[in-house]
Design a protein around this ligand. Structure first.
Ligand code: ASP
Length: 259
């Protein structure tokens, strides 16, 4: 599971907030009935996306945050881990550098926040279409390096960091969450399909163009359409994504922005 791999900014290996602590956001959405579950600013939850799924399946709500989400997790015997499980040396050093520079950055940015990318990996997301035509999306993140205590990004916000509707597509976003929230970019991909009859690739290009031109947004997304075609668009210098189909072996791509 991607949250268990400390190389990614989700679960173990999450970035640290301004207090040097991990606060994670995660979401999941089922395109069949557009049910969704999300958690925000949770600590010590080994797999936040599993907790998001429990919110979707067992609660009457879509989004639980902070101590309320933690109490809900306890009720459902969700696996908890110590602080040391989440915090890696690399993340500690990254946070110390950001704190000393009073900088806020994407987890993979270096000295120029939101601009320079090295080969560290970030937020994790997944989109899927099954053989019955059902779409689903999920996103999990530690957020931005040195973010304010209590800051919530796009990842747990339906329509911004995650979206799935069997009539259109499933989308999962990464990047500067504030930019995603302001533009509702995940839902925008779906809306372009629904209202302008675009396919997922065309809708994704239209959404990223709006995101880029309108607010100079920094981020990207993966999307799969109801026809099984998929798309990946981004405004960050680079994006890593993988895909597999019944006809293709799993593949991973590391794309660089060329536009
Ligand atoms: N979108 C995430 C957030 O703003 C961060 C990321 O994708 O790296 O919380």
């Amino acid at each position: 599971m991607l949250e268990d791999d400390p190389i990614f900014n989700a679960g173990a290996g999450s970035v640290l907030n301004e207090k040097g602590e991990v606060e994670m956001d995660a979401s999941i959405m089922d395109g069949r009935d557009m049910s969704a579950g999300a958690v925000a600013a949770v600590t010590n939850i080994k797999n936040p996306v599993s907790l998001a799924r429990l919110v979707m399946e067992k609660s009457k709500h879509v989004l639980l945050l902070g101590t309320g989400a933690m109490e809900f997790a306890k009720k459902w015997n969700v696996e908890i881990a110590d602080r040391s499980y989440f915090i890696t040396d690399a993340r500690q050093k990254q946070w110390e550098a950001a704190r000393d520079a009073d900088a806020l950055s994407l987890d993979h940015s270096t000295s120029q926040p939101e601009k320079k990318i090295n080969n560290k990996m970030g937020t994790v997301g997944a989109v899927a279409l099954d053989s019955s035509g059902n779409l689903a999306a999920a996103t999990s993140t530690g957020g931005l390096v040195n973010k304010s205590f209590g800051r919530v990004g796009d990842s747990p916000i339906v329509g911004s960091g995650v979206f799935a509707d069997n009539d259109t597509c499933a989308v999962s976003c990464m990047g500067v969450g504030e930019h995603m929230i302001r533009t509702n970019v995940a839902k925008m991909v779906s809306d372009f399909m629904l209202m302008q009859n675009k396919d997922v690739a065309e809708a994704s290009v239209a959404a990223i163009e709006y995101f880029s031109k309108r607010i100079s947004g920094m981020g990207g997304f993966i999307a799969v359409g109801k026809d099984g075609k998929f798309a990946c668009e981004f405004t960050t210098p680079q994006m890593i994504y993988g895909f597999t189909t019944t006809e293709h072996e799993p593949a991973v791509r590391f794309d660089t922005l060329t536009k």
